[in-house]
Ligand binder design. Sequence first.
Ligand SMILES: [Zn+2]
Length: 256
Amino acid sequence: MALAPDRLERFARHVVLPELGGAGQVALAKAHVAVVGCGGIGSPAIQYLAAAGIGRMTLIDDDRVEASNLQRQTIFAPDQIGKPKAKVAADWVRRFDSAIEVRPVVGRISAENARRILEGAFLVLDGCDNFATRLAVSDACVKLGVPLTSAALGRFQGQVANFAGHLPGEACYRCFVGDAHDGEDCDTCAADGVLGAMTGTVGCMAAMHAVRALVEGRATFGDPQWGTLLLFDGLAPSLRPIRIVKDASCKGCSGA
Ligand SMILES: [Zn+2]
């Protein structure tokens, strides 16, 4: 697969990077990314994944746009309040780059439907707001054999990591948080608040991490750094890596 002249022009600043190059750009064009959550993390992640020329995107969210989202979810505008986030985000992607094949899913991911919704994705980027969904997404990724870019934040603390729990010796998200949170469903942003630019920072870090994983083996930038969690402290500010070890008794990935 070669890039058409109009695509070469659009992605010229990528192609000229020795760390990415034409081979990396072609890998991105072939890729299918599923984004779970079109909110604070999803909004910038979707914008930068679309800008990176990801060929296919599945956008999943069961929420509707609210006025209080606009302080950080820059993919939405006031005239879209009340509309389903997944559909509005998909419309944004279509307007931004008509070459991207985009599918909105207006619904909530659960342990029951996660595999069906995420099947076919090369990578899943999870920026949802609760542990129950994160764990269901992680377990589905392990079963489907696809990598997971996980991102979360609250107030001034953010975290981003790439997981490949389907690979021997590599941790999954459940190895990191354990089983205690399966029943939890919390939206910390509503109660604790979050600085808008924090979501932009963490969402863009997640998009960059997804690109790392997607170009693995195709470009030198492609070091996914499986199982290394980056902790971003927006107050300090500082960035600290933490190594997540595979849990031999993890119910998500120990059989993988
Ligand atoms: Zn695990």
